[in-house]
Unconditional design. Structure first.
Length: 203
């Protein structure tokens, strides 16, 4: 491959990376905004869960508390969503199901209150687990974007810039040598043509 071809390929690679970097940085900025929003959402869920956990701790010693909680199950309904190209599972709803005896649960006001508290505690707990997983995915994507950007700016571009300078110098030298050879050939050709020109003058 000639020096000129190498120079063209090097310039194309640099241009491709330099075009790509601003796009990556814009995406990273948007991703960080989404992460900030998601952190706030997770923090709100955590605060709610802590309040429910504290309330449940106060009721754990009641005779029906553990059996009511054990009789509950929850189904998290999610829908696939993409935030700045990152796939997450957005929580649409959390449905709880109870295997407890309805008569037992509604036998007293305290039992009914326990059932409501247990259901809400379970719902928030399951939703929080999904949202934490979504946040982790977004944060992983942020790390990948930072790695790609830093890798391009600090690892890939500097050697390419050095290679570009080296190739430009080499091409200048080749062009200079070619020009010198062409000049020598032209001068030699002119020297060889002089006797013929003199002969034509005396003819």
């Amino acid at each position: 491959m000639s020096t000129g071809q190498q120079l063209r390929l090097c310039k194309e690679e640099i241009a491709r990376i330099e075009r790509f970097l601003p796009v990556m940085k814009r995406v990273l900025t948007m991703l960080r905004m989404e992460i900030r929003n998601y952190r706030e959402r997770v923090e709100q869920l955590e605060q709610r869960w802590k309040a429910l956990e504290a309330a449940w701790d106060e009721q754990r010693d009641q005779p029906l508390a553990e059996s009511i909680y054990q009789g509950l199950s929850a189904e998290v309904v999610t829908r696939p969503e993409s935030l700045v190209g990152v796939d997450i599972e957005a929580v649409a709803a959390v449905n709880t199901h109870s295997d407890n005896d309805p008569v037992l649960v509604s036998a007293s006001e305290s039992a009914a209150s326990l059932a409501v508290l247990a259901a809400e505690h379970l719902q928030v707990s399951r939703a929080l687990a999904v949202e934490r997983d979504n946040l982790a995915r977004l944060e992983d994507a942020e790390e990948e974007f930072v790695f790609l950007i830093n890798g391009s700016e600090q690892v890939r571009l500097p050697p390419l810039y050095e290679q570009l300078s080296r190739l430009e110098r080499a091409l200048d030298e080749e062009n200079g040598m070619a020009a010198a050879i062409a000049r020598l050939l032209r001068e030699r050709s002119e020297t060889q043509q002089k006797p013929e020109e003199l002969w034509q003058l005396f003819a």
